[in-house]
Design a protein around this ligand. Structure first.
Ligand SMILES: Nc1nc2c(c(=O)[nH]1)N[C@H]1C(S)=C(S)[C@@H](COP(=O)(O)OP(=O)(O)OC[C@H]3O[C@@H](n4cnc5c(=O)[nH]c(N)nc54)[C@H](O)[C@@H]3O)O[C@H]1N2
Ligand SMILES: Nc1nc2c(c(=O)[nH]1)N[C@H]1C(S)=C(S)[C@@H](COP(=O)(O)OP(=O)(O)OC[C@H]3O[C@@H](n4cnc5c(=O)[nH]c(N)nc54)[C@H](O)[C@@H]3O)O[C@H]1N2
Ligand SMILES: [Mo]
Length: 903
C-alpha cells in the first residue's frame, strides 16, 4: 500500500535537498532546523540562518532586543535547536522503529477469553501483518465492541502530552475524534502533571493562574497571560531562587534560549540560589549558582523555617500583606506555634528538611534583603505526595515579599516567552477543527490518567475535579465525578457541551458501559504516570479484550499491546509548524517531508482516515480536504494573512510575526495587581491572595490532608485515613528508608530518545553492568552507597512493595544523602510481573494520587530501598525468566524491535 495521502514527494535522487523542520518532542514546536537529505534519507540536521530568506530590514520589526546596564541580549541569527533535534536522525532510523503493523502472536480478535492471553501482554512477541489485515482487525473489533457493549467501551488513551511536534498530523486525539463520529468513547483525561502542586494548592491561594487554570500566577486583567516577566527580572531582580526547577536542563527542549538567558543574567551579575536534592544542571553549568541540598518533599518545612525568620525579624512587606492578602493572622498563628504549640523555627525546619538551621536563616535574610524572583517551571517539589502543600508555601513566600513589585515575580512555564508578537504565534490552532477531541474538552464518560489502573481493576472510580485543566474555575475542583458515569449525569454533560459549542444536543441517555478496548495514541502511561506496575496488571486482564497502540517505536505500553500500528515521525510528514513557548522567536513555517517514510508508517491523522474509509465516514474526518488544502486552511484560519500573503509564505517557507509595537510597555507579570489590587483583583473568592481558604473549609471540611492552609503534612497509615505514608517519619520508611528524586532526564524528553546512540555514548547517561547491559543510573551519595556495600557499576535493585526496578550504581556527591536520583523515562524492559530491567522508575511510584480530593499524580519524593543484586539472584532470575534475558540487545540503543518481533 503506497502513501497515497502524502501529496508532497520526498526529495529527488542524487542531490542534497534541504527542508525546514521543527523537532522538539514537546508537544509544541521547537526551533527551526534545517534537514539535509539525499536519496530520500536524512544525512544531517543543523541549525539554519533566520535571515536565509529575509533581509535584515524585513526582519527588523520581528526581532526583539533587551538592553540592560549597557549589555544586550538578542536572538542569534543562526537558530539554536536543542540537542535532541540535532540528533534526531538517530531517532528516525532507530533500530527500534515500528516499520509494519504488528500483532501479538497469541492474541486473536473476537473477544474469546481463551484467545486473549491477557497474562502474556508484555511477554509474548509480535508478528508482522499487512495493513489490510490490521484494518480488518480494527474494523471488526470496533464493530464488535460497539455492538456488544456500546461505544463507551472504547477507551481512547493519550490525549495531547509531549508527543513530537506536528500540526495536521498530531496524534493524541484523532482516535477520539474518530470514535466520536461512531457515537462516543470513554476519554482518558490528562491530569495537571507539570503543575500538580500549583493546581491543587496555589489555585486556592492566588486564583486560577496562567491560562486560567494552571495555578501559576498570571493577571486576570491580561487574559491570564504573563508578559514581560523575563524583562522585569532582567531589569530589576538581584537574586533568582530556583526552588525546584532545573532550567538549564528542562527549558532547553525547544531551543537553547534558556541556557543563553541564564548566561546573560550571570553577565549582569545576578545571584542565583537553587534549593534541590540534586546538584542539578543549572547548578553545575553556571558557576555563579549556589546549591542548597534539601531532602525531597520537605520544602514545606524549609519554607516555613524561612517564613518564621521573616515574621519574627520583621522581614516581610507588611503594607502589601495588609492591602493585598487576607487571613495573615492564621498564617502567623501556625508559624509562630500559637495554633499547635509548635513554632516553625529554622531549627524545627532543619530537623525535617536536612538544610542546616543557619543556612535557612541566611537564605531567609538574603531573599528579604535583595529584590528576589522565584523560578518555578513546574518544579520537582510539586510532583510529590501532598504537593499542594509546597505549591501553597511557594505562593506564600512570594506574597510575603510583595509579588508584583519590580523584580519580584514568579517565573514559570507561561511566563517564559520573551516578547509578545502581534498575531497568533502559530498556525496550529486551526487544526483543532480536525483533531476536535484533543485536550481539554469534557466527555460523557472519562477516567483521569492517574486512575486508569484502579478503574480497570476495581471496575469503578470516583474523583473530584473535571477533566479539563485550563480555562476552568478553581471551584471545579469541588465537583464529584464517577466511573462508570451515571447516564443521567452523562446526558447532562453532553447537553451542556452541545450548548456551549452551538450544536444540536442529544436527548437520549448514552449507552454507558465499562471499557473493554484500549486504544492509545501516545503510549507511555506506564512510564510517565504513576504506579506503572499496577497499570501493567490492569492491562493483563481479560476485561481488556483488545489493546491497540499507534506508535513510531516499539517501547513501553506498546510492548503490552495486541496490535501496534506504525506511525511516521514528524520529519516524514507533509505538515506545517508553529513554535512552542520556549524558542527565541515565535514563528510559523511549512515542513514538507524531509525523507522517505520508514517502513509502512502513516500519521495518526492518516490512520484515522483509513479507518474512516472502512466505516464510510471519511468526509467527517478529513472534511473532504486534501493535506495541502488543510495546510492552506490552517494558514487562512491563523492571523498570518494579516502580515504575509499565502504565496509569499509558501515561497519563503517560514515567517516571524512582527512584535506587538507596545510589547515593552505591557505591564510585567503581576505589576497591575501590585499597583492596585482593588482595581485589578485576582480571581480568588476575595480577589486577594488568601493564606487560608474559606472555599476549601466549606467544601472539604473533613480533609485532614489538604486543609484550608498549607501545613507540614507527612501522612501515615491507610487505616488512619492517610493517602500516603511516604515520609521519613512513618512506618514504611523502616523498610524503605530512601526518598527518590525522579527527575526528567537531560538526554530524553520524558520517555523519548532513550535509544539515541549519540547520547548513550555520554558516560553519565547509562551504567554498563558486568553483564554488558547498559542500566539506567541510580545516582547515590557515597554515604548511602557505602552503608549498602554498593560500588560504582554495581547492578542494584530499587524496590518497595510495588515492585523492583534494576539500575546501575553511580556514586556522586551531586545527590544529597538520604535521597537517590533516577531520571524518569528509561524504557520498560520487563523481566516478570513487578520486576523490570529497564530502570523505568515510575513503575514503582505511588498508586495513590496527590491526596484524597486531588486526583493528580505523585511521581517523585517517595520511599524505596536500594540493594545490590547479588550474582546468585541474578542467575536465579536468568534461569527462571530465560526469555527476558535472551532478548536481542544492542548496547548502542538498548533493547530494540528485534527483541520483540518474530521476523
Ligand atoms: N517521575 C516523574 N514522572 C513524570 C515527571 C517527572 O518529572 N518525574 N514529569 C511529568 C510531566 S511534567 C509530564 S508533562 C509527563 C509527560 O508525559 P507524556 O506527555 O506522556 O510523555 P512523553 O514521553 O513525551 O509521551 C509521548 C509519547 O507519545 C509518543 N509519540 C510521540 N509522537 C507521537 C505521534 O505523533 N503519534 C503517536 N501515536 N505517538 C507519539 C512518544 O513516543 C511517547 O511514547 O510526565 C510526567 N511524569
Ligand atoms: N530534557 C528534558 N527537558 C524537559 C523535559 C524532559 O523530559 N527532558 N520535560 C519538560 C516538561 S513537560 C516539564 S513540565 C518541564 C519540567 O521542568 P522543571 O520544573 O525544571 O523540572 P522538574 O523535574 O519538575 O524539577 C526539576 C528540579 O526539581 C528538583 N526536585 C525534585 N524534587 C524536589 C523536591 O522535593 N524539592 C526541591 N526543592 N527540588 C526538587 C530536581 O532535582 C530538579 O533539579 O521540563 C520540560 N523539559
Ligand atoms: Mo510537563
Amino acid at each position: 500500500m503506497g502513501n497515497e495521502n502524502t501529496q508532497v514527494e520526498s526529495p529527488k535522487a542524487g542531490a542534497i535537498t534541504t527542508t525546514l523542520q521543527s523537532i522538539a518532542c514537546g508537544g509544541t514546536g521547537g526551533e527551526m532546523t534545517a534537514v539535509d537529505s539525499k536519496d530520500g534519507k536524512i544525512v544531517r540536521i543543523r541549525p539554519m540562518r533566520i535571515d536565509a530568506n529575509y533581509t535584515a530590514e524585513e526582519l527588523a520589526d520581528s526581532l526583539w532586543t533587551l538592553e540592560v546596564d549597557g549589555k544586550t541580549f538578542a536572538p542569534p541569527m543562526k537558530t539554536a535547536p536543542n540537542y535532541f533535534a540535532l540528533a534526531y536522525k538517530n531517532r528516525v532510523y532507530s533500530k527500534n522503529r515500528v516499520r509494519y503493523p504488528l500483532k501479538r502472536v497469541d492474541w486473536e480478535p473476537g473477544g474469546d477469553p481463551a484467545k486473549i492471553n491477557a497474562a502474556n501482554r508484555g511477554r509474548s512477541k509480535f508478528v508482522r501483518i499487512s495493513w489490510d489485515e490490521a484494518l480488518d482487525i480494527m474494523e471488526s473489533e470496533i464493530r464488535r465492541i460497539i455492538d456488544t457493549y456500546g461505544p463507551y467501551s472504547v477507551f481512547t488513551i493519550g490525549e495531547d502530552g509531549h508527543r513530537e511536534s506536528k500540526d495536521l498530523h498530531a496524534g493524541g486525539g484523532m482516535h477520539s475524534t474518530f470514535m466520536s463520529k461512531l457515537g462516543g468513547y470513554t476519554r482518558e483525561t490528562r491530569t495537571p502533571d507539570s503543575v500538580e502542586g500549583w493546581y491543587w494548592g496555589a489555585k486556592h491561594v492566588w486564583g486560577s493562574g496562567s491560562n486560567k487554570g494552571l495555578g501559576m500566577i498570571a493577571p486576570p486583567q491580561t487574559g491570564y497571560n504573563s508578559w514581560n516577566v523575563i524583562k522585569d527580572i532582567t531589569e530589576y531582580s538581584e537574586l533568582i531562587c530556583f526552588d525546584a526547577g532545573d532550567w538549564e536542563l528542562t527549558q532547553n527542549y525547544g531551543s537553547q534560549f534558556w541556557s543563553r538567558l541564564l548566561k546573560f543574567w550571570e553577565e549582569l551579575g545576578k545571584e542565583f540560589v537553587i534549593v534541590d536534592p540534586f546538584c542539578n544542571y543549572t547548578a553545575v553549568c553556571h558557576p555563579e549558582m549556589k546549591w542548597i541540598p534539601i531532602l525531597p518533599n520537605t520544602d514545606v518545612a524549609f519554607d516555613y523555617g524561612v517564613i518564621y525568620v521573616w515574621l519574627t525579624e520583621g522581614l516581610y512587606d507588611k503594607e502589601y500583606v495588609a492591602t493585598h492578602t487576607v487571613h495573615f493572622d492564621k498564617l502567623e498563628d501556625y508559624v509562630l506555634g500559637r495554633e499547635d504549640g509548635i513554632p516553625k523555627t529554622p531549627e524545627w525546619a532543619a530537623e525535617r528538611c536536612g538544610v542546616p538551621e543557619w543556612t535557612i536563616k541566611a537564605y531567609a535574610r538574603n531573599v528579604a534583603k535583595k529584590v528576589t524572583s522565584h523560578a518555578h517551571f513546574s518544579s520537582g517539589s510539586v510532583k510529590t505526595p501532598y504537593s499542594h502543600e509546597p505549591g501553597r508555601t511557594g505562593a506564600y513566600k512570594l506574597a510575603l515579599q510583595g509579588l508584583g513589585k519590580p523584580g519580584v515575580q514568579q517565573l514559570h512555564l507561561n511566563a517564559s516567552s520573551m516578547a509578545k508578537a502581534n498575531i497568533a504565534r502559530s498556525t496550529s490552532a486551526p487544526y483543532s477543527s480536525i483533531n476536535q477531541c484533543r485536550m481539554f474538552y469534557p466527555n460523557a464518560q472519562s477516567i483521569p490518567r492517574t486512575m486508569v489502573a484502579e478503574a480497570l481493576t476495581k471496575g469503578h472510580a470516583k474523583w473530584w475535579g473535571s477533566p479539563a485543566i485550563v480555562y476552568v474555575e478553581t471551584s471545579e475542583q469541588f465537583q464529584e465525578f464517577n466511573y462508570p458515569a451515571d447516564p443521567k449525569a452523562a446526558l447532562a454533560m453532553q447537553q451542556a457541551m452541545a450548548a456551549a459549542m452551538g450544536k444540536e444536543a442529544p436527548t437520549e441517555e448514552p449507552r454507558i458501559n465499562k471499557v473493554h478496548m484500549l486504544w492509545s495514541e501516545k503510549p507511555c502511561n506506564m512510564n510517565c504516570w504513576d504506579g506503572g506496575f499496577n497499570y501493567q496488571d490492569a492491562i493483563r486482564t481479560n476485561e481488556v479484550e483488545f489493546f491497540v497502540t499507534n506508535h513510531q517505536w516499539l517501547e513501553n505500553d506498546s510492548l503490552f499491546a495486541d496490535l501496534v500500528l506504525p506511525v511516521t515521525t514528524c520529519v516524514e510528514d507533509n505538515d506545517s509548524m508553529g513554535s512552542g513557548m520556549i524558542v527565541f522567536q515565535p514563528h510559523s513555517g511549512l515542513t514538507p517531508p524531509a525523507c522517505d517514510r520508514v517502513g509502512e508508517s502513516y500519521s495518526d491523522f492518516e490512520i484515522a482516515c483509513k479507518l474512516a474509509d472502512r466505516f464510510g465516514i471519511r468526509d467527517q474526518i478529513d472534511l473532504g480536504m486534501t493535506q495541502d488544502e488543510w495546510i492552506r486552511y490552517g494558514f487562512d484560519q491563523s492571523r498570518l494573512g494579516e502580515e504575509i500573503s499565502w504565496e509569499t509564505f509558501q515561497e519563503k517557507g517560514y515567517y516571524f510575526p512582527k512584535l506587538a509595537p507596545d510589547w515593552k510597555e505591557l505591564s510585567p507579570g503581576m505589576r497591575l495587581f501590585y499597583e492596585d489590587p482593588e482595581a485589578n483583583p485576582l480571581d480568588t473568592p476575595t480577589g486577594k491572595i488568601e493564606f487560608w481558604s474559606q472555599a476549601l473549609a466549606d467544601n472539604f471540611p473533613d480533609d485532614k490532608e489538604r486543609t484550608p492552609m498549607a501545613r507540614w503534612i507527612i501522612g501515615g497509615p491507610a487505616e488512619e485515613g492517610w493517602t500516603h505514608d511516604e515520609s521519613l517519619w512513618g512506618e514504611r520508611c523502616k523498610d524503605y528508608p530512601l526518598l527518590v528524586t525522579a527527575n526528567p532526564a537531560r538526554f530524553r524528553v520524558h520517555v523519548q530518545g532513550d535509544d539515541i546512540k549519540w547520547f548513550r555514548e555520554i558516560e553519565t547517561v547509562k551504567v554498563k553492568g558486568a553483564d554488558g547491559y547498559y542500566y539506567e543510573p541510580v545516582w547515590m551519595n557515597a554515604v548511602d552507597a557505602k552503608a549498602r556495600g554498593l560500588a560504582n557499576g554495581d547492578i542494584a535493585k530499587l524496590y518497595n512493595e510495588r515492585g523492583i526496578v534494576l539500575c546501575g550504581v553511580r556514586i556522586s556527591e551531586r545527590i544529597t544523602p538520604g535521597s537517590v536520583m533516577v531520571n524518569k523515562g528509561s524504557r520498560v524492559d520487563p523481566i516478570a510481573p513487578h520486576i523490570d530491567r529497564g530502570g523505568a522508575i515510575n513503575l514503582i511510584s505511588p498508586t495513590n494520587q496527590v491526596s484524597k480530593h486531588c486526583k493528580g499524580f505523585a511521581v517523585t519524593g517517595y520511599l524505596l530501598e536500594v540493594e545490590k543484586l547479588e550474582q546468585a539472584e541474578y542467575d536465579e532470575w536468568k534461569e527462571k525468566y530465560p526469555e527476558a534475558f535472551a532478548r536481542d540487545y544492542d548496547p548502542a540503543i538498548g533493547i530494540n524491535y528485534n527483541s520483540w518481533v518474530i521476523e
